[in-house]
Ligand binder design. Structure first.
Ligand code: ADP
Ligand code: MG
Length: 691
């Protein structure tokens, strides 16, 4: 028997060109595809339920004799058929019916039907059941298995999908669908054979645990989820290996520049910064490319760590690129690095998408000419940007770059032949489970210590009907010499509307807080204007800063100890956490007031509750993941990362350690199984290695 992966669906009975085309639309081209096209849920048509035992909400097969069929006039005309089986009476209700249908359901007819039972005006009813009249005396068998309901598309019926899967299942066996999980691994991780799991999921026996299946906890689902997660790991690890196989410039541990830098810094690195710094320094001294992720909560001091890494490359005479996802964040880095590096006599170049014409040409020339430090936005990814001696790429990621983009910068190494080292900073901690999967191609360092002198932020959730009180609170804080932020959130994805709202809020607050110095900053102001406003706030000339979420990142004013966030329900928890991280940077007790607009949804209440309860970014990230799901959290809707067929990262999190070990074992001992697995699960251009 040949492999089902090689047999086209057109080999099946009843599949012509037109149907094949429809199937292709949902990704079903081979018999293997059909077998991996798993039911969404199941119906139990394996037994006949006595009418007297029916419960509202139940989907059930019922058999009985028609005791009467009448057209009734209620709110809408309907055909009401009373069915009896000796244990009770059930009504079948049809709002659309033909005369022939009515004839066919005469008193005395034996009927078997299926549908959802609900309470109706005549007792329990089924609306528009599937049914058939049983004419002959021979008993008609009930279904032998649970009935699968498949994901489908227009013009493709469940019945058709069942016929097709039936035919594919008939050809299924250990040889026609090779099991790429070696039996040693299957035994170690207690996984059943692939063909058994597939067969089970397409046609579960009558005694299958529907609840387990619905929740994805069934052994057959575990078997497939394991293989899918394993494949995902393999693809990331293969990617990692392909990068590791490349040469990177070896950068000796630096001495001179870090010392000078430390002297000017004005503080000592925390223990965590030193530890992570040492991990990075070691990686950079190797001739294989570093691929390292620094995770650390807001304010943990990732930038300083990145600066030390940069100095190691700079001291060795190479170039460093630092990239951030937004212009304001990139700008902030540019300012910091310029300030830090100028005393060391090191030049910093700037490149962003908005840079045009002559300025842009100059920047490109500088970069190609070898300006040591380059800071910018994703504009640095573009083809026309040529580096002279790039040895280290630092990405301040914030979940906004995907795997694909990370790869693009790797191509820009020294002379195009060498691969640069890569350091990624994520400002929002990533739950461990996700980090393991989404970043399996990276090593991870965790900055788990905040610089000394930070105080936890006290967070309050307040309805915006109490706005006046809040304004008074701002006044008294400012009168006591503190500073405050008033943050306006995004309106309907429109930056323009949001900026207008911020302007209006600014005017209102200026009027309400006569005598206080109030500033305004938003995304539509020119960079120079923004910088000027920020500067006045930093100097303490402005007491209150009205801002859009542009201040989410990079802003550091320790004297600011109060933040108001309007309509916090519009933001993700990660973003709220980022924003809140702007206060609590000095020694004064800090407060964050989440000024929501009632009514709050249940989910909204829960989410703001989490913000009130904890300042721990890891906890917030875990909860956020729980409430929203991983796709949203990593912003992967756009990148296509982490879209699983069977697996669910939250639900199957406990599988991940085993999956990671199994991936290593497979790579070491059964490398020839890797490609077929990637082929099976990631066929449609999702292989990260192929960029
Ligand atoms: P994040 O991890 O959020 O990017 P930053 O690198 O922006 O954090 O650092 C936040 C602030 O803390 C900056 O003002 C930085 O200068 C300061 N900082 C960093 N490390 C230390 C330290 N070891 N001691 C004191 N302040 C520090
Ligand atoms: Mg930062």
């Amino acid at each position: 028997m040949s492999e089902l992966a090689a047999i086209s669906v057109t080999a099946l009975k009843g599949v012509g060109a037109a149907l094949a085309e429809k199937l292709a639309k949902v990704g079903l081209e081979t018999l293997q595809d059909l077998l991996f096209h798993l039911p969404l849920r199941y119906q139990d048509r394996t037994r006949i339920v006595p009418i007297g035992a029916l419960r509202p909400g139940q989907d059930a097969v019922v058999e009985g004799i028609v005791a009467g069929a009448d057209v009734v006039m209620g709110r809408r005309r309907s055909l009401l058929v009373r069915l009896q089986d000796g244990s009770g009476t059930l009504s079948l209700r049809f709002y659309h019916f033909s005369q022939a249908q009515k004839e066919g359901l005469k008193r005395g007819t034996q009927v078997r039907c299926y549908g959802e039972v609900r309470p109706g005006s005549s007792g329990l009813e089924i609306y528009h059941p599937e049914y058939r009249a049983l004419s002959g005396s021979e008993p008609i068998a009930v279904e032998q298995t649970l009935t699968p309901i498949y994901p489908t598309t227009e013009g493709l019926t469940q019945q058709r999908l069942r016929q097709l899967s039936e035919q594919a299942l008939a050809r299924l066996g250990p040889h026609s669908l090779p099991d790429w999980l070696p039996s040693e691994l299957a035994r170690d991780y207690q996984l059943s054979p692939l063909d058994q799991a597939i067969r089970y999921l397409h046609r579960p026996p009558p005694d299958a645990d529907l609840e387990e299946l619905a929740e994805g906890r069934h052994w057959a689902q575990h078997r497939l989820a394991f293989e899918e997660l394993l494949t995902h790991q393999l693809s990331l690890q293969r990617l990692r290996e392909s990068v590791r196989a490349q040469q990177a410039p070896q950068l000796p541990i630096a001495t001179r520049l870090p010392q000078q830098f430390l002297q000017g810094l004005g503080f000592q690195p925390t223990g965590a910064q030193q530890r992570v710094g040492a991990e990075i320094a070691y990686d950079l001294s190797q001739d294989e490319p570093m691929l390292r992720l620094i995770q650390g909560d807001v304010g943990a001091g990732k930038t300083v760590v990145a600066a030390f890494a940069a100095l190691q490359a700079l001291e060795a005479g190479y170039q460093v690129a630092l990239m951030a996802p937004t212009e304001i964040l990139a700008e902030q880095h540019f300012i910091n690095f310029s300030k830090w590096l100028a005393p060391l006599g090191i030049e910093v170049a700037w490149l962003a998408g908005k840079l045009k014409g002559k300025a842009r040409a100059t920047a490109l020339e500088q970069i190609a000419g070898g300006t040591p430090m380059v800071v910018g936005t994703h504009a640095l990814f573009q083809d026309e940007v040529q580096f002279k001696r790039l040895a280290l790429v630092i990405i301040d990621e914030q979940h906004r770059f995907g795997v694909q983009q990370r790869l693009a910068l790797r191509q820009k190494g020294v002379g195009g032949r060498m691969c640069p080292h890569q350091l990624i900073m994520t400002a929002t901690p990533i739950p461990r489970t996700l980090a393991m999967s989404a970043y399996a191609d990276l090593d991870t360092s965790i900055l788990d210590e905040l610089p000394p002198g930070r105080t936890p932020v006290n967070t309050l959730v307040i309805a915006d009907s109490r706005r006046l009180e809040v304004v008074e609170r701002v006044r008294s804080a400012c009168n006591e010499g503190r500073q405050a932020y008033w943050v306006c959130t995004l309106i309907e994805e429109s930056e323009e509307l949001t900026c207008q709202a911020a302007e209006t809020t600014f005017e209102d607050l200026v009027a309400a807080l006569g005598g206080l110095h109030v500033g305004l900053i938003h995304g539509r102001m020119k960079p120079a204007e923004k910088a000027a406003v920020m500067d006045r706030f930093k100097q303490g000339q402005l007491q209150l800063l009205v801002a859009t979420t542009v201040i989410e990142v990079g802003v550091d004013v320790p004297n600011a100890s109060l933040m108001i966030i309007e309509n916090p329900e519009r933001l993700g928890l990660a973003q709220l956490h980022q924003l809140r991280g702007r206060v609590g940077r000095g020694s004064a007790a800090s407060h964050c007031l989440l000024l929501y607009h009632p009514p709050l949804s249940q989910l909204g209440r829960e989410r703001l509750g989490i913000m009130r309860e904890t300042c721990d970014g890891f906890v917030i990230a875990e909860k956020d993941l729980e409430l929203r799901g991983p796709g949203e959290m990593l912003g992967t809707r756009q990148t296509g990362l982490l879209q699983f067929k069977v697996a669910d990262l939250m639900r199957d999190a406990d599988l991940l350690p085993a999956v990671r070990d199994a991936a290593q074992a497979l790579l070491a001992h059964w490398p020839q199984h890797v490609s077929p697995l990637l082929e099976r699960w990631l066929r449609h251009g999702q292989q990260y290695g192929q960029v």
